[in-house]
Every structure is written in C-alpha cells, then in structure tokens.
Design a binder for this molecule. Structure first.
Ligand SMILES: NC(=O)c1ccc[n+]([C@@H]2O[C@H](COP(=O)([O-])OP(=O)(O)OC[C@H]3O[C@@H](n4cnc5c(N)ncnc54)[C@H](OP(=O)(O)O)[C@@H]3O)[C@@H](O)[C@H]2O)c1
Length: 297
C-alpha cells in the first residue's frame, strides 16, 4: 500500500521511528547521501546516529558536514546501527556481505539499494538477518523520491520489519511493496528515470536559448513547467485513486493543452515524428535489461 501519494508537495513531517535509533550505509556515495539527507530532513534519525563507510575519504566531507560518522571499516556499520543499508556498487555486494556475515550485528534489518542484485545473492551469505531490496532515486534527498521494495519473510520480526521500511521510506518518498521480479523494470522507471527528466529539462532549456530566450529565464521556465506538470498530474492521479469520475489521466491533460491548429499540436507532431514515445520506451527497456544483466554478474 502506498504510504505517500503522488501529490505530496510538502516535505514529510518529522517521522522518528522508535525502533530505529541509528542507520548506517556501506558505501558513502550519491545514493547513500541522498537517503541520509532525506532521513535527516524528515527527522527519522539524529545526525550523530547516521554512519557511512567507504574505502577512500573522497565522500567523507559530506558526512562530516552533516554531523554524521564516516569510517573505513565496513563492519563498524552493522556493529553500531539498527539498520544497515548496502549502498555500494552491485559487483561489490557479495564481498561486502561476506565481510559482515561473521560480524556481531546490532543491525536488525539489512537493506540493499544496489541495482539488479537479487535478494538471494545476499541471503545465501547472510542468513540470520532479514533483508529488504529497495529501488529508489536521488529525489529522496528532498523527500520526494519514488521507492519500491521487497522483503525476505519468515522472521518473527516480519510485521515490525515491514512497518519500519514503510515508515522510513514513506517519510522520504512514495513507497510501494512489490514482487522482486518487478524491481528491474522499477529500476528503469524510478531509479534511472529521474536522469531522463533532467535530460528533458536540459533539452528544453537549450531550446529556449535557441529561440532567443536568455539561458537563465529558459532554465527557470523549463523547471517550473516540469514541476507544474508533475503537480497537476499528481492531483489528477489522487482524484483518480479517490474514485473521482472527473480525473483525466496523462493523455487528456496533454490534449487539454492542444488547441486546434495551435502551437502545442505543431510541437507534438514534431516529437511524434521523431519517435519521442518510442525512444522513451527503448530507454526504459534498455535500462531494465541492464539491471537484469547486473544481477547476473
Ligand atoms: N545514484 C543513483 O541514482 C542510484 C539510484 C538507485 C540505485 N542506486 C544504487 O546505489 C548504489 C550506489 O550507487 P551510487 O550512485 O551511490 O555510487 P557512488 O556514488 O559511486 O558510491 C559508491 C560508494 O561505494 C563505496 N565503495 C566502493 N567499494 C566499496 C567497498 N568494498 N566497501 C564499501 N564501500 C565501497 C565507494 O567508496 P569511495 O567513496 O571510496 O569511492 C562510494 O562511497 C549502486 O548499487 C546503485 O545501483 C543508485
């Protein structure tokens, strides 16, 4: 069940979770930082109780600046944290799991955000701790992410684990439990998809410059247009979910902007002629296949 609707425009309310005093990340890079920033903004965990580990110090400045702990030894994370998030690259997951398998764990729940890596890769190595496989994106840092997860079952703590994951992820993102088989496609839509939105923004901003606007104005207009479209579509989606007959869906919202013989339909014709929909579908398909490949390595 979704814990945050597509229309949520406000930042999440402070969401301290009694069972979670500390969260640690193995891997201190972009995704770990996006999650940590979100958890801090949402008030889930105090900064001094957030930890990260990485071999080098190149990402340590972020963690120190935010009052978090940064260490080199991966084992320090599960030894000190209620939740451990594996946030290193997919090929590193088996060796990191092996490193921490023999550790005396404080951690009650492991999470992995690695694209494509199946739960089984981890549960074959670490058998005594529940593991959640999560696909999210970097908008978690502004509490506007899109997350999906699946969770190993069969522990006495199953219900509590589910509640913790929904509370944590729900405070920084839309959050939905899914079947593991869906996660490669989800990686393509929400994990990678955010980059496609940025590319579209860049293209819009460049186009504005081409037709004579200043870059600054073109960037602002492009950004507010995308944000406005997302807000409008989000409200419409919420109405649809509430069973309101007047909800429109993406197509009707687009049609509403197209006056007969007008500017928008002329522009849309160009997009269709150049295969805009097909190229977006190809991109999502390619990213899905890549996620599957990463899981096989
Ligand atoms: N970025 C995204 O938008 C996104 C979205 C969805 C999922 N993900 C997933 O998130 C994971 C991390 O991606 P990222 O973009 O955050 O990558 P990143 O910025 O390159 O960060 C990777 C981190 O892993 C650390 N690391 C490397 N080897 C390690 C080891 N043996 N033990 C512990 N840490 C190690 C790196 O250390 P150094 O700091 O020393 O280099 C770095 O801090 C990936 O599995 C990716 O599939 C990312």
């Amino acid at each position: 069940m979704a814990t945050k609707t597509a229309t949520s425009v406000a930042r999440a309310a402070p969401a301290a979770i009694p069972a979670v005093k500390s969260i640690g990340f193995i891997g201190a890079g972009k995704m770990a930082q996006a999650l940590a920033k979100g958890f801090l903004s949402a008030g889930c965990v105090r900064a001094e109780n957030i930890w990260a580990s990485a071999p080098s110090e190149k990402n340590f400045e972020f963690w120190h600046q935010h009052g978090c702990q940064a260490v080199h030894e991966n084992r320090t994370i599960p030894e000190n944290c209620d939740i451990t998030v594996l946030a290193c690259k997919p090929p590193q997951i088996p060796s990191v799991a092996t490193q921490i398998a023999s550790t005396e764990l404080r951690t009650r729940l492991l999470m992995t955000v690695a694209a494509g890596v199946p739960l089984k890769t981890i549960t074959d190595i670490i058998k005594h701790v529940p593991v959640a496989r999560i696909m999210t994106n970097t908008a978690t840092q502004v509490c506007r992410g899109a997350s999906s997860f699946c969770l190993t079952r069969g522990f006495t703590s199953d219900a509590e684990n589910l509640r913790i994951i929904k509370s944590l992820l729900g405070s920084i993102s839309f959050c939905e439990e899914v079947n593991e088989s869906q996660l490669d496609a989800i990686c393509a839509i929400s994990g990678s998809g955010i980059a496609y939105m940025f590319l579209f923004l860049e293209a819009m901003a460049d186009a504005g410059v081409k037709v004579g606007l200043s870059r600054e104005l073109s960037i602002d207009l492009s950004l507010h247009t995308m944000a406005g479209a997302a807000a409008l579509a989000g409200e419409d989606r919420a109405e649809h979910k509430a069973g309101k007959a007047f909800s429109k869906g993406f197509s009707k919202l687009r049609e509403d902007v197209c006056s007969p013989g007008g500017t928008t339909i002329h522009g849309l014709h160009k997009l269709e002629r150049h295969g805009f929909r097909s190229v977006v579908m190809d991109a999502i398909e390619a990213a899905t296949e890549r996620s599957k490949e990463l899981g096989k390595k």
